[in-house]
Design a protein around this ligand. Structure first.
Ligand code: SAM
Length: 355
């Protein structure tokens, strides 16, 4: 996955700030706008139970694997189809299944027919998100994973491990600048490489974790936890516009697609946290309904809400503080995303201890 807009570079800042306030690792930690899983995965290595949630389905799939999976997957149900699984060391079973999928003959499915030049050459213009080979390889693997699930040959944990492995691997050979808003006019070097299905490695431990795919303001009424981490969107651009192809590969639901980028016509999953007029109301609802001891929020200046709004809303629950860290802005931010003038930004981690 492309992590440039994730919190990857801020993990130490987040972890050190949070653990300077919260001393108990047996508390349940919820990452409710989880996206790439990067924050929850980091806490999973150091903390006990993790809850992760995101509105996008492909993000749910990634989190189901990286957060919820915590034991080696044996793939018992595939021993008839892949007999050498019988004799394999249990540490190798995951890789054996990936190797088997890697060697299936390619197939012309939805991805090839809509996102590769060979499959779209009769349409009004050719689409070049993936090479023909990578699109067909993606199709055959995606179809096989679904068939195994339908035939009850793989467990839910095994299903999400395989899907997450496919999402991570296909993303590496996408012919885009970084997100799926557009494809490049010529295939770049990394896009010409034949995709290899690689293992989406998850951290093994002895705790049960939970992952959801819900609107945070609905979920918040249903779950209990001790420490909540919030990292909502910061501008009006809906995440599903930029990542529509990962969503389609994850769902593989033959969606209606349109517009210049051939994205999904998926109106139901709009986030109120991306709406200038709705964001404050949604954020207030969320904060007011959290039943936890500590709430941490990543939200910087210049975003849809301002710092005074945040302070006012969070203070309504009790004691409010904020941690800050200055860091250099990633270059692509300047050109592609927002019209920033500064080279560095201040990262804010707001928090409230609830009475
Ligand atoms: C800024 S990103 C989170 C980044 C994440 N912390 C990371 O480091 O990868 C915001 C995420 O919030 C999700 N989101 C937006 N509105 C939501 C809602 N109402 N309920 C749940 N998730 C939502 C988006 O799908 C997106 O993945």
């Amino acid at each position: 996955m492309n992590y440039i807009w994730s919190k990857k570079s801020l993990l130490d800042f987040l972890y050190n700030s949070i653990t300077s306030v919260v001393k108990r690792k047996d508390f349940v930690f919820s990452d409710l706008f989880a996206w790439t899983w990067i924050v929850g995965r980091y806490f999973k290595e150091k903390w006990h139970k993790i809850i992760a949630n995101d509105l996008q389905y492909y993000s749910f799939v990634l989190n189901k694997n990286y957060i919820e999976n915590h034991k080696i997957l044996p793939f018992y149900g595939l021993e008839k189809e892949i007999p050498w699984l019988f004799t394999a060391d249990w540490h190798h079973t995951q890789q054996i299944v990936l190797d088997y999928l890697n060697n299936l003959p390619q197939k012309e499915g939805f991805i090839y027919k809509n996102y590769a030049p060979g499959g779209t050459k009769w349409k009004e213009f050719e689409r070049m998100y993936f090479t023909d080979e990578n699109a067909k390889k993606c199709d055959v693997i995606r179809i096989k994973i679904e068939k195994w699930k339908k035939d009850n040959k793989i467990t839910e944990n095994e299903y999400y491990f395989l899907l997450a492995s496919l999402l991570e691997s296909i993303d590496k050979v996408a012919n885009t600048a970084s997100v799926y808003g557009a494809f490049l006019k010529n295939f770049k070097k990394s896009a010409k490489v034949l995709m290899v299905l690689q293992s989406a490695e998850f951290y093994l431990n002895n705790y049960e974790h939970q992952v959801f795919n819900e609107d945070v303001n609905k979920l918040i009424l249903e779950i209990s936890h001790n420490v909540v981490y919030l990292d909502p969107p910061y501008n009006h651009r809906q995440y599903n516009w930029n990542y529509h192809l990962l969503e389609t590969i994850a769902k593989y639901d033959n969606p209606k697609i349109k517009w210049k980028t051939w994205m999904r016509v998926d109106p139901e999953k709009k986030s109120m946290f991306c709406s200038r007029t709705e964001v404050k109301k949604s954020f207030k609802f969320l904060i007011d309904n959290i039943k936890a001891k500590y709430v941490f929020l990543s939200y910087n200046d210049e975003w849809l809400m301002n710092l005074d709004d945040i302070k006012e809303i969070m203070s309504s629950r009790w004691e409010y503080w904020v941690f800050t860290k200055e860091y250099r802005r990633f270059k692509a931010d300047k050109t592609e995303n927002r019209n920033h003038k500064k080279d560095s930004v201040i990262e804010y981690l707001h928090y409230v201890k609830i009475n």
